[in-house]
Design a protein around this ligand. Sequence first.
Ligand SMILES: Cc1ncc(COP(=O)(O)OP(=O)(O)O)c(N)n1
Ligand SMILES: Cc1nc(C(=O)O)sc1CCOP(=O)(O)O
Ligand SMILES: [Mg+2]
Length: 566
Amino acid sequence: MAYAQLFSCHFYCQDSWLSSPVLVASEVFRQSRGSSFLSWNSNTKKNHRRIFMNMQADRASKAIHASELKIPHVLTVAGSDSGAGAGIQADLKACAARRVYCSTVITAVTAQNTAGVQGVDVVSEEFVAEQLQSVLSDMHVDVVKTGMLPSPGIVKVLCQSLRKFPVRALVVDPVMVSTSGDMLASPSVLAGFREELLPMADILTPNIKEASVLLGGVPLQSVSDMRSAAKLIRDMGPRNVLVKGGDLPDSLDAIDVFFDGKSFYEMHSSRVNTRNTHGTGCTLASCIAAELAKGSSMLQAVKVAKRFIETALDYSRDIVIGNGVQGPFDHFLALKNISQSSIRQDRFNSNDLLLYAVTDAGMNRKWDRSIADAVKAAIEGGATIVQLREKEAETGDFLDAAKVCLKICRSYGVPLLINDRIDVALACDADGVHVGQSDLPVSVARTLLGPDKIIGVSCKTPEQAQQAWISGADYIGCGGVYPTNTKENNRTIGLDGLKAVCLASKLPVVAIGGISPSNARSVMEIGAPNLKGVAVVSALFDRECVLTETRNLHALVIEAAAALTK
Ligand SMILES: Cc1ncc(COP(=O)(O)OP(=O)(O)O)c(N)n1
Ligand SMILES: Cc1nc(C(=O)O)sc1CCOP(=O)(O)O
Ligand SMILES: [Mg+2]
């Protein structure tokens, strides 16, 4: 109540915060006829105030509810894998990757790595029950997914909890044997599975070995065997069965058989040639649970989950984690493009601003060289950061050029930024962008690019410089320090303007506009510690030899920077 009243004043003062004016209006109407109104028995000020406060508190709490975002929620009941490839850890990653909230009830802790399972510590059934009670009594769980259920007692308390707190769907991955061949559930668990859990399941996802164990040891050697198994297993109670054929011998594709009681569906995906398959079973079941939690049909959930696994395995085919035979894969599809040379230690090092080369297509055309040759020559001459500023390029051409230049920059460890075009930066995974005051705002660029990319912003005034810091920019480009022919109608702010911008911000600053070997030293010597370098277009690229010009300017700015630190 104290919480609601605290908010009531706030919401009262700022009705614009309320997410639904219609709801608020109807709520006030309801309140005026409702319980608060009935308790009105005198005209005392005290009563009036109490009723008013109640109304406001109720309005506030209703408004909070109206603006609530309901996040699909999966609860996984499974074992922990210390190597984080499978189990609870895989379930968390799969749900996060599929944008679904995941809570966890841990049934066992395993000491596990890419070589196998070295130890298992089973959690007591009482403590599993306590975890289940904690989560299910408080959080709105849409779907429960089960993995390693190592004792019959744990199966029992799980079924009791599910009867007490029914959920929309139950996904059962009958984990019995790890992919490395280690037993993860005692044979006595099987009885509990058959008697209690399977009849409650909306889908059961055994692999070939597990399907065989469930059927008393019959071998499964073909898709036709998998169909028969799916039918027989469905007779044990689950409403749907997915028999996973990844281990089927002599098959080029990974074929799974889905049976919903009426129809069989053979689901084919290409077999990805990789050692990194540890945790695919847990991940598949979690993805199915996640899609069901979002409201998908069972068939659609299975299809999406299978496609997700195929893509994740493909993205992870070459990553190396651990020395064992079976490695984990990358649920976030983010590691594919990482090569040793592209793992930069710092997200942004302000010393990279020392000699900032900004490209210009017109100048390259005039001197008859490709953008790739221009960038390579600038880097070899000493450019410490490169910006592609291709004002007239078609989007596709810009992207192609960016990809080529990115390869060159990565091979030298020099960051590559894209001028204005966040879409192009995203598409080629450049190191960042440079935006101006009339481009997409820095805060929006940050949301789109994420925390790791470099974002620079142009500032001509101290106010803009202060805002740059607030918005989350990494550096400021400040100019035009001198008149320039490269950018039309550009306002010149001079060395004084540059100094005022530097003093107004904590951010590192790079000076731009009309800078050349003849004036670079004066720029560097303005006496602002956060002025980190010069950005140059024509003095590098509107010249016959980019390499020579960059070398000369580099020597000069290095000397000026060194003199300042003395
Ligand atoms: C390093 C650096 N500083 C300033 C600019 C200018 O950016 P902007 O104001 O967006 O103008 P355009 O370059 O887009 O014409 C820059 N590009 N780089
Ligand atoms: C792209 C750009 N931005 C500027 C600014 O003042 O923000 S001046 C400029 C052009 C700089 O080219 P050059 O080195 O050939 O003068
Ligand atoms: Mg711009």
